[in-house]
Design a protein around this ligand. Sequence first.
Ligand code: ADP
Ligand code: MG
Length: 284
Amino acid sequence: MTAWRCEGLFFRYPGEGPAAVRGVSLEVRAGACTAVLGPNGSGKSTLLRLLLGVLAPERGEAWFAGRSLAEWSRPAIAREIGVVPQAEELAFPITVRELVAMGRYPYLGSWRREGEEDRRAIEKAMDRCDVLALGDRLVSTVSGGERQRARIARALAQEPTVLALDEPTASLDIRHEMAIFELLRELGKSGVTVLLSTHNLNLAARYADKLVLMDRGRVAAEGRPAEVVRRELLEAVYRWPVRTTPHPGPGPDTGAPQVTPLSGGAWNPIDPSTTPSIRGREYE
Ligand code: ADP
Ligand code: MG
């Protein structure tokens, strides 16, 4: 089953620069975890916004659950997909519980009072993300990791079957980052479709079923972790020398390919002998 499909997506922000997304065609499987990787500015967030219908493509088309995003209304898509955006400013001070409760808006509208079912969903989401004890704290006063868990709880309070997260573990320490990846794996086991962007290649390779590597607005590679976490590919895209080794374990992801960036020498991006061919055509 396919959650998303897109063909030839092209998007340019107003201004001079090159297009942020240039001809992206993809399939995102339902019930699986897909991680979008790529350097800063490679188009990860723009691609997610196109798939969520927040941005409309200049060319190409995206479908969610078999229907073109152009046909989905904003409230309808908001009920289907729980979204954790990369960053947001809260306009007014609210508590952690109030933030999580906002996840119920697609059901409540802004006028209906919380019912028993809403309360249950909010509590369950807070429990899952380990923020129950923080309910009365102002969001502005909790730590970065706690805030991020609260934002994920908000998306889960909606009880979505699909979750889209833009760099959900940016600036988190090991424990909080691992807790989020473990949570995503658990959600995946219960049938939730997860689409996330991340800079953590190693955890993506261990936790995601499929990786999509973006490079300057294009898909440089996609596939199972072993198909994407390859030395020559990562060196070309990130322009830095790396080595890949299997994850030594223990754990269910023993053997997953892991990346170590090397020190002491920049990779020469214009050396043609190290320029790999990607998807059968010469890589520019
Ligand atoms: P990533 O999430 O991979 O870091 P983005 O999708 O945010 O990449 O950005 C892709 C490109 O689009 C970058 O060159 C970035 O500068 C540009 N861009 C992103 N957001 C905007 C915006 N709101 N206005 C203009 N350019 C933008
Ligand atoms: Mg981004």
